[in-house]
Design a protein around this ligand. Structure first.
Ligand SMILES: Cc1ncc(COP(=O)(O)O)c(C=O)c1O
Length: 456
């Protein structure tokens, strides 16, 4: 044990000296875990401590950790042909097969895939494709993208500009022009409904008003996560997306579904807009396509957009590219991952396990600080408030979310909070007993970490 602690300290020092982390600040690395192994829904750190992986990696390890089959798929492809270019005039078998499979699994009108390496690259591709489409159709001024507050679409310059959480912006301003934000249907706090209007109707109206305000001839696309993930697992009311679809079609605005989190079974359907029986024009995907075993993402585009891309003369071609687009090894792992999801019925499992998780979390309403419990499939959140009667948030200076995060960690649950919202998205293979344990730890952590005047 002593030896292990020495190892940890040396590693931690080296980490601080040499590694810049996403959302970097050294204060968060005091006692930070250094992970060394994983199996199913469990991760083990360098001290040998085991934790439940409450966020399935970063909302991506859908099939769980430690899948030898995926390692073997990668090893086989790497030892055959690890990499080749996918630039126009060159192709490879795993990329073709995976594109075929994605076209089968995704929405019926989306049959053409462009591969990227992650979520932000996928959304960048979606924005550029939307602009390309309108230029090719003779509407060069349709360039703006509407997105929503609490949205997370990545943090490259353009995707950061679409991301609707202002904390990501100030130290990197100015943002890319042409990105406009509206309120999402965040039912718990939404206050823009007119008398007689549902939250879904009102939030859809905000989209229509934004399109009219900006001018329909200037708006290329509306991008939305079917369930907002990093923003706090915001589940839309059932009447929202059907109206959004209708509004986008009416004003010639492409609907981009950012299914980077919601894809590949996470919500209990292969892709989440199926819950509301609508199709996007473009879908971004990443994360669950390989369950995080290798970096992969991409977009699926509608037949109509594909026809436009394929119809322009060579000098006006879709001049977009990544070295790793269609990476054979990543695609081979993606194919095997989809095979596992299908073979083990993990989409159905997400629906069933998600119900159990949500029911379990709903028992936490017995704690006064629990304002709302919400979720869809294997995505859930617990929103903590100082006063449930009037939905009054905690004073940020109390750092309640951070304290709950630490209390969960001490009890063996590793996940993330957004402010005072506890986010959960465990691997789809998480067992019932593990889901129940997650609920138990969340409850204990809230009790331990929430200020005593609210606990009373
Ligand atoms: C919905 C959504 N879109 C895009 C991204 C960006 O993905 P990446 O971090 O792979 O760039 C994320 C990442 O969490 C996401 O949750």
């Amino acid at each position: 044990m002593v030896q292990k602690r020495v190892d940890y300290q040396a590693l931690a020092r080296s980490d601080q000296r040499h590694l810049l982390h996403p959302l970097h600040h050294p204060s968060q690395h005091q006692g930070a875990p250094i992970w060394v192994a994983g199996e199913g829904a469990i991760m083990r750190d360098v001290h040998g401590r085991e934790f439940l992986d409450g966020l399935g990696g970063l909302w991506n390890v859908n099939v769980g950790h430690g899948r030898r089959e995926l390692a073997e798929a990668a090893a086989q492809q790497m030892s055959t042909l690890a990499y080749c270019s996918s630039y126009a005039g060159s192709a490879n078998v795993p990329a073709i097969r995976l594109a075929e499979r994605l076209a089968e699994l995704a929405y019926p009108s989306l049959n053409t895939v462009y591969f990227a390496s992650g979520g932000a690259e996928s959304n960048e591709s979606a924005f550029k494709t939307a602009r390309f489409y309108w230029k090719a159709r003779g509407k060069p001024d349709k360039v703006k993208v509407i997105s929503r507050y609490y949205a997370y679409h990545g943090v490259t310059l353009a995707t950061m500009s679409a991301t609707g959480m202002p904390a990501y912006w100030p130290m990197f301003e100015p943002r890319v022009p042409g990105f406009v934000h509206i309120d999402p249907p965040y039912s718990y706090y939404f206050n823009k409904a007119k008398p007689g209007e549902t939250v879904g109707q009102a939030a859809a109206r905000l989209l229509e008003e934004a399109i009219l305000r900006e001018g329909p001839d200037t708006v290329a696309a509306f991008i939305a996560e079917p369930v907002q993930g990093a923003g706090g697992v915001i589940v839309p009311p059932d009447d929202y997306f059907p109206q959004v679809r209708e509004i986008c079609s009416r004003y010639d605005v492409l609907l981009i579904a950012d299914e980077v989190i919601t894809g590949f079974g996470r919500t209990g359907e292969w892709f989440a807009l199926t819950h509301w029986d609508i199709e996007p024009d473009i879908m971004s995907f990443a994360k669950g396509v390989t369950s995080g075993y290798l970096p992969l993402g991409g977009i699926l585009i509608s037949d109509e957009i594909a026809e436009v891309i394929n119809g322009v003369p060579p000098e006006r071609r879709w001049m977009h590219a990544y070295t790793y687009s269609g990476h054979p090894t990543c695609c081979a792992v993606g194919l095997k991952n989809l095979e596992i999801i299908e073979r083990e019925g993990l989409v159905q499992r997400a629906a069933e396990g998600g119900k159990r998780l949500l029911q379990g979390l709903s028992t936490l309403y017995s704690l006064p600080a629990v304002g709302e419990v919400r979720g869809l499939g294997m995505m859930a959140a617990v929103e903590l408030v100082a006063d449930r009667e009037v939905k009054k948030p905690f004073d940020p200076a109390q750092k309640v979310g951070e304290r709950v995060y630490r209390a969960m960690f001490e009890r063996g649950l590793f996940t993330r909070t957004r402010g005072d919202v506890i986010c959960l998205a465990p691997p789809l293979v998480t067992t019932d007993a593990q889901l129940d344990r997650i609920v138990q730890i969340v409850g204990e952590a809230i009790e331990a970490a929430v200020p005593s005047e609210v606990r009373a």
